[in-house]
Design a binder for this molecule. Structure first.
Ligand SMILES: [Zn+2]
Length: 359
């Protein structure tokens, strides 16, 4: 009886609210973080700082890599994900120069971060704190592509989907040199590649193999590699990732990727991904201030042009009205079990199997 009365009171309250035209709003802290961060068009014009973890955080003081440079072009510009911590943007520019000197024609730059980081409407679990960048494994064409071409050009898939091995006809010593160069920078902690690419390096790199430690196998990453740098000075609230093991990673942990287990179909494909349910309450509390911080006067103000990193002046006007982020078509969604931060399972990993016959 008592229970019935309570229920009665509750529905009465709902009815009254309904009459008053008031929906029962979730608290501000329950707002989906990806909606808020995905709507930001410009960075927070404050000192550069990353908050939280690669897959759960945000950043301030972002700068953009220009759409074009002498040795790079930005792909999929409509996504507006060419923003990063100034140290990341400077490193990409340096990699493009060094790689060109090594014989790579130039970088095609994929997603870095949203202007203020945070979870994205589509794609990546990480890339949230301005310290992750995707670089295509397709060499840059020797002409400036139009915006339309950058949206539509297909990347070259380097790995056979069935065997999970690199397509030998496509792999060149320049691909190896590009990954070696990226791994050579002390700031770079990890480079994620498809297991087939890791295996190709394990099988072919001669001489100095110490850099293979940083090359980590992961789902996807068959047309691009993912370069991750460590937490930067001035970011005390940036959470570092566990160090990679000291060995080259070519043994048992790699063998696991060539078993059936990692490729089983996702039993629960409709389960929401972390980024879909993440609220502001799940992010570091500073991310609210990052969202609220004034933006620069324009996207040009915080665009990197080499040398001293620009510090954007705060704009006097509020942000432009928000729009939903452009959906990314080839976002390479991973099985929900995939977790870039978990160690590769070691339990039950068999000895490396022989190469399957080519066909
Ligand atoms: Zn990535």
């Amino acid at each position: 009886m008592k229970t019935a009365m309570r229920l009665g009171k509750k529905s009465l309250l709902a009815a009254v609210l309904g009459l008053l035209g008031l929906a029962i709003q979730p608290a501000a802290a329950e707002e989906r973080a990806k909606d808020l961060f995905g709507a930001e068009k410009l960075p927070a014009a404050t000192a550069a700082q990353s908050f939280g973890f690669y897959s759960k955080g945000c950043f301030a003081g972002g700068v953009a890599i220009p759409m074009d440079g002498p040795t790079w072009q930005v792909m999929r510009p409509s996504r507006n994900r060419r923003w990063g911590h100034p140290a990341m943007i400077a490193l990409i520019e340096k990699l493009s120069r060094d790689a060109a000197a090594d014989g790579w024609p130039g970088l095609l730059i994929g997603d870095i971060s949203q202007p203020r980081g945070g979870p994205m409407m589509t794609g990546h679990a990480s890339h949230q704190i301005g310290l992750d960048a995707d670089i295509w494994l397709t060499p840059m064409p020797d002409r400036a592509m139009t915006r339309a071409q950058r949206e539509s050009m297909s990347a070259t898939l380097m790995v056979d989907e069935k065997t999970h091995l690199v397509k030998d006809a496509l792999w060149t010593p320049q691909h190896t040199a590009l990954l070696k160069r990226a791994a050579s920078y002390p700031e770079v902690e990890r480079i994620l590649v498809n297991p087939g690419i890791k295996k190709k390096l394990c099988d072919t790199v001669k001489g100095d193999r110490s850099w293979l430690r940083k090359i980590r196998p992961f789902w996807g990453h068959d047309y691009h590699f993912h370069m991750r740098i460590g937490c930067q000075p001035g970011s005390p609230d940036c959470k570092a990732q566990e160090a990679t093991p000291d060995d080259d990673g070519c043994g048992k942990p790699l063998a696991w990727w060539f078993t059936e287990e990692p490729w089983r179909p996702n039993k629960n494909p409709d389960a929401p991904k972390a980024r879909d349910v993440m609220t502001m309450a799940n992010l570091p509390k500073e991310c609210r201030a990052v969202l609220d911080a004034p933006g620069p006067v324009s996207a040009e103000a915080p665009t990197f042009h080499g040398g001293a990193v620009p510090v954007a002046a705060a704009a006097p006007e509020p942000e432009a009205p928000s729009q939903p982020a452009t959906p990314a078509s080839d976002s390479g969604d991973l099985p929900s079990a995939a977790n870039a931060f978990a160690a590769t399972p070691r339990m039950g990993a068999p000895v490396p199997r022989p190469r399957p016959p080519a066909n």
